[in-house]
Design a protein. Structure first.
Lengths: 185, 185
């Protein structure tokens, strides 16, 4: 049997609205308003393209969107990017897909001129795996805003420097933005 | 001679686009893209109203918009607000107007359910008066993101708790949102 077909794409399609909703809901711990925000970012990208400021990486396994990341340059900064979302469908966990999506997104950001990427998350216990995900992949906790989300629920701000990678030139065309589809190595 | 007529209003008008541009430009130290962002927030509020998430306080002196603040609830939080902008026309400095605009904005945010307000600014020397403005009015520096804007230009995140004020009930109707115009006492 052939190994599953993994494809990354950066173009946004109308059917990604449903895929993003499914993925974000699958974890079962996002609030309803957070789910709506995730879908709104897809809408913005569909309507305005790159001018929306929201860029996506979708990971498809055998034609199903299994995970995605949403990121973009932070207005008013020289080279800072926000990683707005990174999420996997619960059915596709434990295959290293999250790390692959993040790596692809980081390469896109770096190719777009990004020098550092920020990821925000919550201090709630259920986000412990999220925090470990970032920490294991080179993110550093830079700030904590007490009770930002709710009483007892702080905002944590992680940052990672985006450094050139040895294999970057080969994998990332300089002509950005534009649709790309690359197999995961 | 009568003292100058000071009025605060919270409705946004099409001519506020030009007023905001004039005010933000008058300091002479905002970047062009920052000015455009300031005007875009007015556009959003004109197009979408309160659904935009951007609320305004405009201070008019003898019919001229002399300063303003832009703020709104932070999506995904229970009671956190962002103070996106607070700026005065350079011709109207030194009259306590900045503090009055901030006070009015804080009362609006509190009436809208806000428990804390965040203000972000830069570590650059030219923002020293801005930092002192916040610190003198009860804001506390809670976080610093190194090189966030540019190398050597950190983002500083200030926070202030919005507590009930003795005179608040009299000055702030509970029925929000809606247009209000109140004289400054």
């Amino acid at each position: 049997m052939a190994p599953p077909d993994r494809v990354f794409r950066t173009t946004v399609r109308p059917e990604d609205r449903a895929a993003v909703r499914r993925i974000v809901c699958s974890s079962g711990f996002f609030y309803q308003d957070e789910v709506e925000i995730a879908v709104e970012l897809v809408d913005e990208a569909l309507q305005k393209g790159d001018a929306s400021g929201y860029h996506f990486v979708f990971a498809e396994i055998d034609g199903i969107v299994a995970g995605y990341a949403c990121f973009g340059p932070i207005p008013g900064t020289g080279a800072s990017f926000d990683l707005y979302w990174i999420a996997l469908d619960d059915d596709f966990r434990g295959r290293g897909l999250g790390g692959a999506v993040l790596r692809f997104a980081e390469e896109r950001m770096h190719a777009m001129g990004g020098a550092r990427v920020y990821a925000e998350t919550s201090s709630r216990p259920q986000y412990e795996p999220t925090r470990r995900f970032y920490e294991r992949r080179g993110f550093r906790l830079e700030a904590r805003l007490e009770a930002f989300y709710y009483p007892g629920d702080d905002k944590l701000i992680y940052v990672k420097r985006l450094l050139p990678r040895a294999d970057e030139t080969a994998r990332q065309p300089a002509s950005l933005p534009g649709p790309t589809a690359a197999p995961v190595c």
